[in-house]
Design a protein around this ligand. Structure first.
Ligand SMILES: Cc1cc2nc3c(=O)[nH]c(=O)nc-3n(C[C@H](O)[C@H](O)[C@H](O)COP(=O)(O)O)c2cc1C
Length: 346
């Protein structure tokens, strides 16, 4: 079956995986600019937090204007809260809603969200249904003001729309799921079958169980089994886990007959991976500095601290790189960064 991905193309998608604490607005801007992946995801955001009316959480949904498909990711355990949060994503101008059913974090899983939903497939189906219903209601004209969200959330969204000049076009934006191959043991086929019954637009599958966290190797044979199941459905299947290079991504797509893959950690300090390029040191250092400026522009209220790791990731493979990285882990301003980078001989 020919399947179109978020960007309307039927060619295999290579996207940037969602990563909490990493793929913030500035990171996505830089990856988009230098990598041009086919799709990018936000960090995950709690639907129960949005329902409680905590506008600070929506910082994760700040995004730049781009032709690249940009998907808002949410997590939680309450269908009603998912319904409301989906409205926020629609109104903020995203090209899709992604539901996290893969996070292994104890704090998330203990409450029943993230990968814990693998143990409650009926609830997972209900959640997909609630998000689809929200997108449908929104596409048919239901207003944000009628979604029973707190006023603080509505004000945040309206302010964002105005500032970024966003006028979302009402259509059925795709609802997708990102998950793992099992909870404490591999249950890929059983679990994927449940998800397919709810007909998500796409499933991104990380080839590890919750119990594995990030240990061991991603199991691509299991991802292949899921792809075989999804092939007969309308749902696209993207594989994920331990992809190190662009060619690795192409190989995985071909071998396991996938509609695409997501790349996570291999993109750290390396947005060029999506173009199958390596950047010379000079370019990487210039990009590190640009990353700082974009961060200050897009998210001036965020703490500079969250930039430090990105800066360190750009600085590899030259004499005394470890010393420079140590110094970068202490910076607080763009001037600090400029001073340190200027000491690197070109
Ligand atoms: C720091 C970090 C944060 C992550 N946060 C999220 C998240 O918010 N949502 C999500 O679905 N997956 C999250 N993941 C999982 C990644 O999307 C991806 O599935 C995982 O890193 C495996 O892919 P990789 O080997 O290409 O990195 C996170 C992973 C890392 C390393």
């Amino acid at each position: 079956m020919v399947k179109k991905l978020w960007n309307g193309q039927s060619t295999p998608t290579i996207g940037l995986a969602p990563m909490d604490g990493v793929t913030d607005a500035a990171c996505r801007f830089i990856v988009d600019r230098y990598g041009k992946p086919d799709v990018i995801f936000t960090e995950f955001t709690s639907v129960e937090g949005i329902e409680r009316g905590i506008p600070a959480l929506l910082q994760a949904f700040i995004h730049h204007k781009t032709d690249t498909s940009t998907i808002g990711q949410i997590f939680g355990y309450t269908p009603q809260a998912f319904y409301k949060a989906a409205f926020v994503i629609c109104e903020m101008g995203f090209d899709g809603v992604d539901i996290n059913m893969g996070c292994p974090d104890r704090a998330v899983a203990r409450k029943g969200g993230g990968a814990a939903l693998i143990l409650r497939p009926k609830l997972a189906q209900e959640i997909i249904g609630a998000v689809k219903q929200a997108v449908k209601d929104w596409s048919e004209g239901k207003k944000l003001e009628d979604s029973e969200l707190h006023n603080e959330i509505i004000t945040y969204v309206r302010t964002f729309q105005e500032k970024m000049d966003i006028h979302p076009v009402r259509y059925l934006i795709p609802v997708s799921v990102k998950t793992r191959i099992g909870y404490d043991r591999i249950t890929t086929e059983e679990w994927i079958q449940y998800l397919l019954e709810a007909e998500p637009f796409a499933i991104s599958l990380h080839g590890r169980t919750l119990k594995q966290m990030y240990r061991g190797k991603a199991n691509w044979e299991e991802i292949g089994k899921a792809a075989a199941l999804a092939e007969k459905s309308k749902t696209s299947l993207l594989g994920n886990g331990d992809i190190h290079t662009y060619n690795d991504a192409l190989d995985k797509i071909k071998i396991y007959k996938l509609n695409g893959v997501l790349i996570g950690r291999a993109s750290f300090g390396n947005p060029w991976i999506f173009q199958n390029k390596t950047a010379p040191l000079e370019k990487r250092l210039a990009t590190a500095l640009e990353h700082c400026h974009v961060f200050m522009n897009l998210t001036p209220d965020s703490h500079f601290l969250s930039l430090r790791k990105h800066l360190a990731w750009y600085c590899k493979g030259f004499d005394h790189a470890a010393h420079i990285r140590d110094q970068l882990m202490k910076v607080n301003t763009i001037e600090d960064v400029e001073e340190i980078l200027s000491t690197i001989p070109s």
